[in-house]
Design a protein around this ligand. Structure first.
Ligand SMILES: *Cc1c(COP(=O)(O)O)cnc(C)c1O
Length: 356
């Protein structure tokens, strides 16, 4: 089919690649990017890979004013044998479309979106770093481009995929973080956009994150926006706890982002025959469990960090330590198994990886 062919214009000058050992997160982008336009009446058209560079947009472009925007985040991993693989990319393109539906953005052809990701990684394959725990972070996103400041869904869109090599999330080793329970700001409410990956959710969460950082905490633990007592997420990650031998995580009720790492944790835990439950957890229950010793482990999950152990929680001036501030055994096993499958150093019995 004509519209499914991705045209490629190669960069005439290739950029120097950053040193794999000193990579930062999200600072240098590869030589190419994927673009595709949408116009009402035509649909998505002109899928193409072009040299990475600025895109021209009218200042009136709707995305700047009404934040009609969605994005994704996934990684390409260099295996020890030199090959490159993606981790559950099908789930990212499916989620991108679900986010699009929430933001009134036209549905993408998921096969074509995945092909765009694959071909971009292939053309910039030399940018997939090989130092331990490094990867190529891939950022697909869609923006509303109508040059008009009237509130309605845009009639034109741009789908773009960019990629940047990223270093180990834990250059000094994985260390448990301190988390502040946020009781003023909320990230999302049911019926809002909390379960869509859209920039506005991030903009709304910045203030709480900054305040937590100023008080010496890495991130906030978000509570639900209605009762202000049910735990939702940690920073921009999903959150899981081990309480009395059972792994518990809040259910996806509309205000929580359905993380692919979260789902992978649940899938692995079930395959290990550990008790897992998706159920509401109140902050009172959590602190009571911490105080009577039932809270054994806590960690965040997301593509960037994979697993982020939580060593300490603070809520209304009350501080509790989890597992003596050390990484717990389930947390460590999940990290080792997930990263092992992602970098291809252990077998993938789930069919999660896509070799390029
Ligand atoms: C992306 C994201 C996550 C994690 O999702 P993954 O698919 O595991 O990377 C969790 N919470 C929020 C708010 C997110 O935006």
């Amino acid at each position: 089919m004509e519209t499914k062919t991705i045209k490629t214009e190669r960069a005439s000058v290739l950029k120097p690649k950053p040193d794999s050992a000193t990579l930062k997160f999200g600072a240098t982008f590869t030589d190419h990017m994927f673009l595709m336009n949408h116009t009402d009446g035509i649909g998505w058209h002109d899928p193409r890979i072009v040299p990475y560079g600025p895109i021209a947009l009218e200042p009136s472009s709707m995305v700047f004013h009404y934040a009609q925007e969605v994005f994704e985040g996934l990684k390409a991993y260099r295996r020890a044998d030199g090959g490159v693989q993606l981790f559950r990319p099908w789930d990212n393109v499916r989620r991108l479309n679900r986010s699009c539906a929430r933001l009134c953005i036209p549905q993408l052809d998921e096969e074509l979106a995945l092909k765009g990701i694959e071909q971009l990684v292939q053309i910039d394959e030399g940018w997939v770093p090989s130092a331990p725990q490094t990867s190529l972070y891939i950022r697909p996103f869609v923006i509303a481009t109508d040059p008009a400041v009237g509130v309605h869904a845009s009639h034109t869109y741009l789908f773009c995929i960019i990629a940047c090599p990223v270093g180990s999330y834990y250059p000094a080793g994985m260390n448990p973080v301190s988390i502040y329970v946020e009781s003023e700001d909320v990230r999302a409410v049911k019926g809002g956009t909390g379960d869509a990956k859209t920039g506005g959710n991030y903009a709304a969460s910045l203030r709480a994150g900054e305040r937590a950082e100023q008080s010496g905490y890495s991130q906030v633990l978000w509570l639900d926006g209605v009762h202000r007592k049910y735990i939702e997420e940690v920073g921009a990650m999903n959150v899981l706890f081990k309480i009395n031998g059972e792994i518990v995580t809040p259910p996806l009720g509309g205000s929580i982002l359905p993380g692919i790492t979260r789902q992978s944790c649940l899938d692995l835990l079930k395959s290990w025959e550990l008790p897992v439950s998706e159920r509401p957890i109140t902050v009172d229950e959590l602190f009571a469990a911490a105080e009577n010793g039932a809270l054994e482990e806590a960690w965040g999950s997301g593509t960037a960090a994979v697993i982020s152990p939580i060593g300490e929680l603070c809520w209304n001036k009350k501080k509790v330590s989890i597992n003596g501030g050390e990484i717990g055994p389930v947390t460590q096993r999940l990290y080792d198994t997930l990263t092992g499958i992602q970098w291809g150093s252990i077998p993938d019995p789930f069919g999660w990886t896509l070799t390029l």
